[in-house]
Ligand binder design. Structure first.
Ligand code: HEC
Length: 137
């Protein structure tokens, strides 16, 4: 029950974030060094093999262009001049909690790292979070 309630709260918080996704900042907007509010958002999707595999599929479709096939940041497609994150790093620029990774994907961080909230459903972004975690050292 607690889990369901949390999931509903998170869904609510992010539907607000989506409305604001076009440039406006929200409490969960990614910050260099991390965002403590986003860090408190609980991942409602357990990191099962099914979730990780679904995340891998979405990753393969949308992310290697910049982040590279193995997530090392070597895809070469960041046209605005940003350096795509290496997901095998021990350090994550915008925070390494599930909630912060979700926020980086959902809300975006730069001209290269755009907001995906309108392109990918929230549950699918959590699958991506679960997949990216398997790359981290
Ligand atoms: C057009 C290039 C591009 C694409 C496509 C792209 N990214 Fe990014 N991404 C970047 C860049 C550049 C950064 C570093 C941004 C910064 O420093 O502001 C980044 C940063 C990130 C971060 C923050 C990492 C950290 O160290 O905190 C995450 C998470 C992320 N990307 C996930 C994804 C996922 C998942 C996808 C596919 C759905 C994706 N990105 C697609 C360019 C891209």
């Amino acid at each position: 029950m607690t889990r369901l309630l949390l999931a509903l709260v998170v869904a609510g918080a992010y539907s607000v974030a989506w409305i604001d996704a076009q440039g406006a900042t929200t409490a969960t907007t990614p910050k260099r060094g991390g965002n403590p509010v986003a860090a408190q958002v609980v991942n409602p999707v357990p990191a099962t093999a099914v979730s990780i595999e679904a995340g891998r599929k979405t990753y393969r479709t949308l992310c290697p262009r910049c982040h590279g096939p193995e997530g090392r940041g070597d895809g070469g497609g960041a046209g605005a001049g940003g350096q795509p994150a290496d997901f095998t790093d021990a350090e994550w620029e915008f925070g390494a909690s599930d909630g912060e990774i979700f926020a980086a994907i959902a809300e975006g961080t730069s001209a290269d790292m755009e907001s995906y909230a309108e392109r990918i459903a929230a549950a699918e972004i959590w699958n991506l979070v679960n997949f990216l975690r398997t790359l981290k050292h």
